[in-house]
Write a new protein. Sequence first.
Length: 151
Amino acid sequence: MPGQTLPTRALLADITTLLARIAIGAAFIIHGLQKLGMGVEGAGAAFGQMGVPMPQIAAIVAIVIELGGGIALLIGFALPVTGVLLALQMAAAIVIVHIPQGQPFVSAEGGPSFELPLVMGAASLALGFAGGGLAVDRFLPWGARTTQVRV
């Protein structure tokens, strides 16, 4: 917006990335809780039916990444690592489950498709590297913001 000062733009960027982290993090938390509610055995059985190799181990990994990663994303903890792990989890879901089942990117009939895990993975990656303004990371040694411009 014209006339905005740089700190105002930075604050708006921090607020919008916080809101995005809350939304994406909450979605991952809900998915992780769904799997946790099924139990490792139940989630593993569901994964096995979808053709996921080593389904019990995959269920544990999915629960830890989705639940733990969702919480970490929401509060802004270890954002680059969290973003990469969540993106890899979504990439694995696309490659191991969605594509082998013949699911399209978007289904015209509203059936199964893989646009949601693709968007969730991309958003996680973007927020992991750009969403740390209003975050726990800001107060930790690795999260200090530094800006250097060389001309």
